[in-house]
Design a protein around this ligand. Structure first.
Ligand code: HEM
Length: 368
C-alpha cells in the first residue's frame, strides 16, 4: 500500500476518527457500517458528480458505462449483462482462457521451477481481458496488461481528473481495444461482445461495458493473487489449507478483507446530510476507505474468519456491488488450487509495484 501511495496511504491511515473532513481531499469514511450506509443510499450519494468516478471515467469511456451511471438506466444495463456473470458462462470463460496456463503453473511449481506469480497473473489477466474484448487468441500477450495499467496509473486520490495528455493516451488505448470489440460484436456469439449483442445490448452499450470490464477487472486480480500467495506463505497458512480444504473459502475471504484490492470507493454528495457526526453538503466528495474499515477486524485469520461479518464489503455493496465478483472468485479459486498442489512453496524474492493505483507486487518469485 505504501509503495503504491506513499503520501495518501500514511495520511489516510493516520486518521483515527470514523468520519473526518480532510481538506483538499474530501470527507473520509473509515467505519464499515457508515461506509455501507453511504453505498446503500444511492439517492443521497452518487457515482456521478464532482469528485465521483464520473469525473475520471466519463471523459474516457462516455457517460453510460455502469461505473458512472445511477438509477433505472444503470439497473437496466446490469440486468442485460447479468447472464455474462452466471456460473456456467463464467466457468467456461475461465476454463477456456486460463485452463492451460494454470496447468502449466501447477506443473512448473511441482517440478521445482522458480515462478514469478505476478508475471503469471498478468498473462492470465491479459487472457481474460482478451476474451472479454473479443480478441483473437494469437494477439494475447501481457502487453495488454501494461497498457491497461498505464491508464489507471494516471489516477490518484489527489488528482480526481485525468489531464489532457493522459486523456489522449487513455482514449488511444481503449479505442484500439474498442476496434476489436466492435468487430467481435458484429460477429457471432462465440465472443463476449457477440454474446452482448445477443443479450440485447446496443453497440455503444457493449463497447462501454467492455471498457468498464477492462478497467475494473484486470489490476484488481493481478494485485490480489500474488498478495494472497504472499500472505498464505508468510503466515504459514499454505500447508494448513492444503490439509484442510474446508478453510479455502474463508482464507480467500480473509485475504480479500486484509488486502482490499479496490482500496477506496468514491461518491459525490447529492443532498445535505450527515455521515456519522460530520455534516455533508451537495457536491462534497466522499472517500470510502474500505481498506481501513476492513482491517479494523484484525489480522488475517481464516479459522476465526472475521471477514464473514462484512458481507463482502471488499466487492462493494448495493446497486454497484462488483458485477465481476463471480469471475474474480473463479480466477482466484483456480490459481489457489495450483498453489495448494505445492504446499511447501517459499518466496525467493519480492518487489512492490510503485506508481500504481491498485497496490500490488511488481514481482513475487515462488519456489518449492
Ligand atoms: C478481486 C477482484 C475485484 C475486486 C476486489 C473488485 C472490487 C469492486 C468494487 C469494490 C466495486 C464497487 C465500486 C463502487 O461501488 O464504487 C466493483 C465494481 C465493479 N467491478 Fe469489480 N472487483 C474485482 C474484480 C472484477 C472483475 C474480474 C471484473 C470483471 C469484469 C469486475 C467488474 C466490475 C464492474 C463492471 C463494476 C461496476 C459495477 C457497477 O457500477 O454497477 N470486477 N468492483
Amino acid at each position: 500500500m505504501r509503495a503504491a501511495h506513499p503520501l495518501a496511504y500514511p495520511l489516510l491511515s493516520a486518521v483515527r476518527r470514523p468520519v473526518m473532513r480532510v481538506p483538499g481531499l474530501g470527507v473520509l469514511v473509515k467505519d464499515a457500517a457508515l461506509l455501507r450506509g453511504v453505498l446503500m443510499n444511492t439517492s443521497g450519494f452518487s457515482k456521478n458528480g464532482p469528485g465521483a468516478p464520473s469525473d475520471l471515467w466519463t471523459p474516457v469511456l462516455g457517460p453510460s458505462v455502469l461505473l458512472n451511471m445511477e438509477g433505472a438506466d444503470h439497473l437496466a444495463l446490469r440486468r442485460k449483462l447479468g447472464p455474462l456473470f452466471a456460473p456456467t458462462f463464467v466457468d467456461a470463460l475461465v476454463r477456456d482462457s486460463l485452463g492451460d496456463a494454470t496447468r502449466d503453473l501447477t506443473e512448473r511449481l511441482a517440478a521445482g521451477e522458480r515462478v514469478d506469480l505476478v508475471a503469471h497473473a498478468r498473462r492470465s489477466a491479459s487472457a481474460v481481458i482478451s476474451r472479454l474484448v473479443g480478441l483473437e487468441d494469437d494477439v494475447i500477450d501481457d502487453e495488454l496488461f501494461a497498457r491497461v495499467s498505464a491508464i489507471t496509473g494516471f489516477v490518484s486520490l489527489a488528482r480526481p481528473r485525468l489531464t489532457g495528455p493522459q486523456l489522449a493516451v487513455a482514449r488511444g488505448i481503449l479505442s484500439e481495444l474498442g476496434e476489436h470489440a466492435v468487430r467481435a460484436y458484429r460477429g457471432d456469439e462465440s465472443t463476449v461482445p457477440g454474446r452482448m449483442r445477443a443479450l440485447g445490448l446496443d453497440e455503444r452499450e457493449a463497447l462501454g461495458a467492455v471498457g468498464a470490464f477492462v478497467l475494473t477487472g484486470t489490476e484488481t486480480i493481478v494485485s490480489y493473487l500474488p498478495r494472497l500467495a504472499a500472505i498464505l506463505i508468510d503466515s504459514g497458512w499454505l500447508p494448513r489449507l492444503a490439509r484442510d480444504r474446508d478453510l479455502v473459502e474463508p482464507a480467500i475471504a480473509e485475504g480479500l478483507r486484509v488486502t482490499t484490492p479496490s482500496p477506496v470507493m468514491l461518491r459525490s454528495t447529492v443532498h445535505a446530510d450527515r455521515i456519522g457526526g460530520v455534516a455533508v453538503r451537495p457536491g462534497d466528495r466522499v472517500i470510502l476507505a474500505t481498506f481501513a474499515a476492513n482491517r479494523e477486524l484484525g489480522e488475517f485469520d481464516p479459522a476465526a474468519n472475521p471477514a464473514a461479518q462484512l458481507k463482502q464489503l471488499w466487492f462493494g455493496a448495493g446497486v454497484h456491488y462488483c458485477l465481476g465478483a463471480p469471475l474474480a472468485m473463479a480466477q482466484i479459486r483456480l490459481t489457489l488450487d495450483a498453489l495448494l498442489a505445492s504446499p511447501s512453496l517459499r518466496i525467493t524474492s519480492r518487489r512492490p509495484a510503485r506508481g500504481v493505483l491498485i497496490p500490488s507486487y511488481a514481482s513475487l518469485v515462488l519456489e518449492r
